[in-house]
Design a protein around this ligand. Sequence first.
Ligand code: SF4
Length: 358
Amino acid sequence: MNTDYFEWEDYVERNLEGADLNFKEALHLFDLPLPVIGRIADEIRRSRCGELVTFVVDRNISYTNRCVSRCKFCAFYARNKEESYVLSKEEILRKINDAVDVGATQILIQGGLDPEIRIEWFEDLFSAIKREFLGVQLHSLSPPEIHFIAKNEGMSIRETLERLREAGLDSLPGGGAEILSDSVRKVISPNKISADGWIEVMETAHEMGMKTTATMMFGHIERNEDILEHLFRIRDLQNKTKGFTAFIPWTFQPKNTELYDVIKEPVPVTRYLQVLAISRIILHSVRNIQASWLTQDFDVDKLALFFGANDFGGTILEENVVTAAGKEHKPAKVEDIVKAVKSVGRPVAQRNTEYEIL
Ligand code: SF4
C-alpha cells in the first residue's frame, strides 16, 4: 500500500470533521497526483452533498462598461468614450423580462466602476425590478462595486448595503475577488479594492443576514501559495459567518487583456481540475462548489463533477465579461445541462439562488 492511500483517507476524514488544514498540509496537496486529489475531493463531495447536481436558470446583465479601475486582466471595460455604454432602466427591465419568460429565477447585474452612476440609480432600478418581477432573486453587485458606491457616496459599507437591500438587492455574487492576496492584486488590479476590502464587504453582508457566493480567478501570475492564501481567507470568514452559499473557481481568459503580452493561453484543464479539487478539500464549511462551464466547456464540467463540484452553475442566458476576453459564449439550455449531467450517471435538479431545489 503506498503513502497516497493513507493520505487520501486522512484528508477526507479531516474535512468531514470540519478540521482546518494548516498551510503546510494544504500546500502538500499540490504535490499529490491528480487522480488522488480527485479521489479525495470526490469522496468529500459525496459525503457532504450526495449525488445530486444542481443548476440555476439565470441571466447576467452588465449595466455599464465604463470603469475607472482598468484592471490588467479585464477585456470588458471601455478603452475610450466611443466604446462605452450605460444601459437604461427600460433596457435592463426588457432583458429581465426576456429571461423570466424562459424561466430565469436569478438576475446577476454587475458592471464597471463609474462615479457618475449614483446610488439612487441602483435604488430606482432595483425597486422597479422588484415591482415588476416579484419572484426574481437579485443576486447583484460584487464587493468592488459595493465598496466603490460607498466611497463615491461618502457612506459606510453597511449603510450602502442597507439602502440597496431596502431597494430590493437580495444577495451578492462573489466577483472581484480574483486572488485575495495583495501582492497579486497590486500587479493585476492595482486600482481595485484590496483583499481586506473584499472581505470587509462580504463580512458586513453576512452580518446583515445577506448570503453571498465567493469566486477565485486563477491561471495568471499567482503561485500555489497565493491560491492557498485566497482559500484560507474564504474558509476563515466562512468559519465565522457561514454566509457563503458557494465557491466558484474559474480560469483567467487572457485574450484582449493587458496581461495577454505575458500570458497567451488559459491554464490547462488538468490545472483547473487540480485547483477545483483542492478548493473542495480546503473549504470544508462551504457546501457547494460550482463548476465553471463558462470558462471550461461542458465536457470539462462533466469531469469537474468528479473533482469536487456538486453544482453546474447557471444557464447564463447572457454574459459579456468572459466573452470580451475571447471565450465564445452560447447560453446553455436547461435540456443541455440535464443531458450533460445525466450522461455521467448523476441526478440533476434546478435550484434557486439559495440552493433550494425548485
Ligand atoms: S474587472 Fe471590473 S473593476 Fe476591473 S476593469 Fe473590468 S469592469 Fe472594471
